[in-house]
Write a new protein. Structure first.
Length: 253
């Protein structure tokens, strides 16, 4: 990893992602939706992955109306998906595109802000499954098609509470610590034997439904819109970060 690389300083050119095929989980709203729109605007073909078909279809239509390259939709509920569901996504992707140049894991659950002593075990399991196990499973099934790219990027979404533990953040914090570790392990395994790089990004405080759930009394006007932080994502998903792997980056600050 190049320690001097800072994705926040990169300004993407109009066609910087031309020809790239990028899959995004949690694409129906918030950061995932904003990144999908920007990737498409910079000429990538995006694969919109989420559980809400109606929202994905609306985003698909918005991308088409903007004159961007045609997007694809993959309806996948990460909480309920089983092996054949992941395989169907991979098979459809291979059939249509033949390769994958980018994979952004943006979908996630917050769970509850509760002391560990009283944390609900089923909720803990749901959060860890969606945030970690599902991300692992989707990455694993898509690795063969990522390896077909000449320059592929896998990008996991972390959090400040996944780098320094904070009281009451429970399963969410634990899941983000796990993603940081998963990213480092995978980056080390793929470095020098493939063209797949693996990194983590912390979006920071952003105006999303999850943020409102965590901070219900917060002044929304003081929180940046998702569209304002997409630059770092484009840098890490595109050619600007070629050769950068095993890193943990911030989208703000």
């Amino acid at each position: 990893m190049n320690a001097a690389f800072d994705p926040r300083t990169h300004v993407a050119g109009p066609a910087e992602l031309e020809g790239r095929i990028i899959a995004i989980t949690g694409a129906s709203s918030g950061i995932g939706r904003a990144v999908a729109l920007q990737c498409a605007a910079h000429r990538a073909q995006v694969i919109l992955i989420g559980r809400n078909a109606a929202k994905l279809e609306a985003l698909h239509a918005e991308i088409a109306a903007a004159g961007s390259p045609e997007a694809s939709i993959a309806v996948l509920d990460l909480e309920k998906a089983v092996a054949r569901d992941y395989d169907q996504v991979a098979d459809a992707l291979v059939e249509r595109y033949g390769r994958l140049d980018g994979l952004l894991h943006n979908a996630g659950l917050l769970g509850t802000l509760t002391p560990i002593e009283f944390y609900d075990v089923p909720t803990w399991c749901r959060v860890m499954h969606v945030n970690v196990t599902a991300a692992f499973a989707l990455t694993q099934v898509l690795l063969p098609v990522l390896k077909k790219s000449e320059d592929a990027s896998v990008l996991f979404t972390s959090s400040s509470v996944g780098r320094t533990g904070r009281a009451y953040w429970g399963a969410y914090a634990a899941s983000k610590f796990a993603l940081e570790g998963l990213s480092q392990v995978l980056a080390a395994e793929l470095e020098n034997v493939s063209h797949v790089r693996v990194n983590v990004i912390n979006p920071g405080r952003t105006r999303t439904a999850m943020r409102r759930q965590a901070y219900p009394a917060e002044d929304l006007a003081s929180v940046p819109e998702p569209s304002s932080i997409t630059g770092a994502y484009l840098a890490l998903l595109g050619p600007a970060s070629r050769g950068i792997t095993g890193g943990s980056f911030d989208a703000q600050g």
